[in-house]
Structure formats: structure tokens, C-alpha cells
Design a protein around this ligand. Sequence first.
Ligand SMILES: [Zn+2]
Length: 177
Amino acid sequence: MPPDAGAPTSPLPLPTLSREVLAELYTHARETYPEECCGFLIGPRDSALIDEVRRCVNEQNRYHALDPERFPRTARIAYYLGGRDLRFLMQSFETPRPVKIIYHSHIDVGSYFSAEDIRAALGREPDDTAEPQYPVDHIVIDAQADHVAGAKMFRWDQRQRAFVQVAEYAAELPPAS
Ligand SMILES: [Zn+2]
């Protein structure tokens, strides 16, 4: 493959999120607080459109309870996709309506792409050859106790071999008092 053939992931224009889709993400993050929510954003192939939000189950607490040594983190600081959601994800890439974005929320710490997020996206520790496991972008939602403070989208940059921020979304309006 020539060096400029482009990243193997996400060669499309940045996905565009409507107000409604963003509102659904923020609602999900509020509902699961103080645990991380996670889910998929789906839309027609070969288009930047996102027209479906699919909530996933954060299995982190279940695995943490079963095997705290292998899963030391709780759902407050991590998300883990179960087999059913992972199968859906994998199969979606063969359909006209692939998953384009995996989203999850962060609890009280801000919407940065953490070391744990990088490991989850690569499926291993980052090094000189690690590549993303799935052809998706990532959105991290900044969930705070009384509101959602915004969100950011991250995309794998093949040249930098890193996830870089490519979009930022405003906070929801605070509830009217
Ligand atoms: Zn995270």
C-alpha cells in the first residue's frame, strides 16, 4: 500500500451530528451517571450522516464483580462492551448501515481520550505498529453531576499514530431555574 493511501480507518468526511442525536447522547450520559454510558452512532455508508443512536450496555461492573483482578476498574471510570454489542458492531461493517462512531461518557473528569480509551480502541497497549481495531471515530461525553458539559470527537491519525481531537460539541443548556 503506498504511504499516502490514507488511514485504513474513517476515510470519510467527519460524521455530522444533528442537534437531536447530540441531545440523545447527552440524555444517555445523564441517565447512567455516575457510571459511564456507551453506545454506537450509525448511518448510511458513504455519507457523513448519523441518523441512529444505539445504546450499549456497559458491562464493566459485571466483569469487575466476576473478576476484579482482570477488570480492576468500575463503570465509574471505564466501559466494556459485551459480546452482544461487539457482535453487532462487527456485523454492522458488512451492512449498508455501519457503526461510524463509538461513544462513551466520562464521569467528572472531562472529555479527553484517556490511556484506557486508547487501549480499548487499539485492543492492546499502544506501540509503533498498533492500529485501531474498528473503522470508527470516538466521541467522549463530559458528564458532570448536574449537567453535561460538552463532548469531543477523536479520530485516528495515521501519520501521528495517535487519536486526535477533530470536533468539539457545546454543553447542554443548564436546566431553567
Ligand atoms: Zn474513556
